[in-house]
Design a protein around this ligand. Sequence first.
Ligand code: R5P
Length: 316
Amino acid sequence: MDKTRIFTGNAHPQLAESICRQLKVSLGKALISRFSEGEIRVKLQDNVRGKDVFIIQPTCPPANENLMELLIMIDAARRASAWRITAVLPYYAYARQDRKDQPRVPITAKLVANLITASGADRVLTMDLHASQIQGFFDIPVDHLYAINPLCEYFKEKAVADLIVVSPDVGGTRMARAYAKRLGVGLAIVDKRRESPEKTEVMHILGDVKGKSAVMVDDIIATGSSLLEAAEALKKQGVKKVFAAVSHGILSGNAIERLNASTALEELVITDTIPLAESKRSDKITVVSAAPLLADAIKRIHDEQSISCLFDEATK
Ligand code: R5P
């Protein structure tokens, strides 16, 4: 890994440190601060000329600040003659704005892809995109990882009796099927209707869930509405215990208050693609690390090895 340099902005330095520990390399030195008027000030303090540069920056809230830091860092690396620049976005913001589903709305996920490419990134490494098709918004290579490995490991060790995997919406069926296959258990689907960005309503539950314990799997928990409404509906259908396994814990709005108040959801397991602020800690939340997987992918990209072994099974 001599030829690599790994940098991070202010989005999630702990994750970058943890990835570097796995790789047994030190995090590159960089000044990422603000000018007095609030503009972002970047200076890479390690030489990157001819180096394989990885910039680790999930675009979690505050998404705009974190995205802009990433773009400016890529620009700095490009102008400093880096050999190759990989933008590592363990969480890709704006992914839910991926199509024109109403008149006069933007496709912000595509705009973000354009910005990352225009800033000078040669490749992108990301995890559990809200919609896999976002890979096609880029004309540069995208490696797309899945948090299924660390999340399933956790539930395998927990060995919950009579477990069933539940997709909290029809769109998540494919992902839920992969979890069910990996855990060797059955699958059920919640048919939900989204009334507004903050409110959902459960219409039906497809599958036999009575007397089982359920693990709902999803890519994102934001307001918590989808998962908490679905947990209540599952309890009403006679599910014994409800757990959730989610790749990205955004936990916005009053998600934590709602989670703590929920009598239906037993435990929420998330990964560390997004930092969990002290104010968001809860006895109901368990964090498993995605750092080993990201580190493995970075090493394989650098060594020009295939990374499909890290996600093949998850996508079948
Ligand atoms: C929806 O399609 C996504 O997979 C998540 O279920 C959704 O974005 C979560 O949002 P919230 O927690 O606000 O319901």
